[in-house]
Design a protein around this ligand. Structure first.
Ligand code: ZN
Length: 272
């Protein structure tokens, strides 16, 4: 009988402790999930920022969480070899300006909207205005583009130029294609082109707004994608300027980051 009461008390204490712990974990998870700068530096949440030095760079990179590398987050990665769930959909918002009437989907991730508008305004000030010709593309939309391209240009051409669903950066809502502004282009896609002067301006300045030229000329073997002067990927100003200065591709940077992350977690879990 005595033992029974003792056991009941222990069980109650354990239950209360478990509930409290779960509440704490849940509260903590919510905070960690919001990996914004403000939360990361909030005195309410003792957050240890991560600082890394990437290979072949001479500058430290500091950021709040390795979650930046997860699907849909600012440094998430897709390529021909590494895909994401074709059904994945990031948080999205409409781009209000700078899109032609024929654009199928004028949404990007909310974090991209303002920097994209600033980049677009800067091109206008440089007298090299651009339009966004492609923004977010769902896995379904990507499949449709592949079907249409195959019907028009054949399977070999499609495999070379059109990513499979789950393998396009456009599905992340973090990439845009840009084209030179003209009234003709605004009315019809087939009249659009990115003029070389604007392409060169973008390659030089896009990083100042947090965007990188994702598939540069001469890096085809590393990116696995033919050079695309029009495709820009948002990674934020810090990483964009580091990539611009170093001449590295995002592929190399991402692989390096994954290696550093995995090494860090091994070091953390091994006994000291
Ligand atoms: Zn693109």
């Amino acid at each position: 009988m005595k033992h029974g009461v003792g056991r009941a008390v222990v069980a109650m204490v354990l239950a209360a402790w478990t509930t409290l712990t779960l509440l704490m974990i849940n509260g903590g998870t919510q905070l960690v999930n919001r990996t914004s700068e403000s939360v990361a530096h909030s005195p309410l949440y003792n957050f240890q920022p991560i600082t890394i030095r990437l290979d072949r760079t001479n500058r430290d990179l500091t950021f709040p969480s390795w979650k930046y590398l997860q699907t849909g987050k600012i440094w998430s990665y897709v390529s021909g070899k590494q895909g994401i769930d074709p059904a994945f959909e990031p948080p999205l918002t409409d781009i209000t300006d700078g899109t032609p009437s024929w654009i199928e989907d004028k949404r990007v991730q909310p974090m991209v909207k303002e920097p994209l508008e600033q980049l677009r305004q800067a091109t206008a000030e440089a007298k090299l205005p651009v339009l966004v010709s492609s923004a977010y593309r769902s896995g379904t939309a990507q499949a449709k583009v592949r079907t249409e391209t195959t019907a028009k240009n054949g399977a070999a051409h499609t495999d070379e130029y059109v990513a499979k669903p789950g393998h396009s950066e456009h599905q992340l809502g973090l990439a845009v294609d840009l084209t030179s502004f003209s009234e003709k282009c605004k009315a019809r896609f087939s009249d659009c082109a990115l003029d070389p002067k604007t392409a060169s301006w973008l390659a030089t300045h896009a990083h100042e707004y947090g965007f990188i030229l994702r598939y540069p000329k001469g890096k085809e073997k590393i990116t696995g994608i033919a050079s695309e002067a029009w495709h820009f990927r948002y990674v934020g100003k810090d990483l964009a300027s580091l990539i611009h200065e170093s001449g590295l591709t995002f592929d190399e940077v991402y692989q390096n980051m994954v290696k550093l992350r995995d090494n860090a977690s091994v070091a953390k879990s091994s006994p000291s």
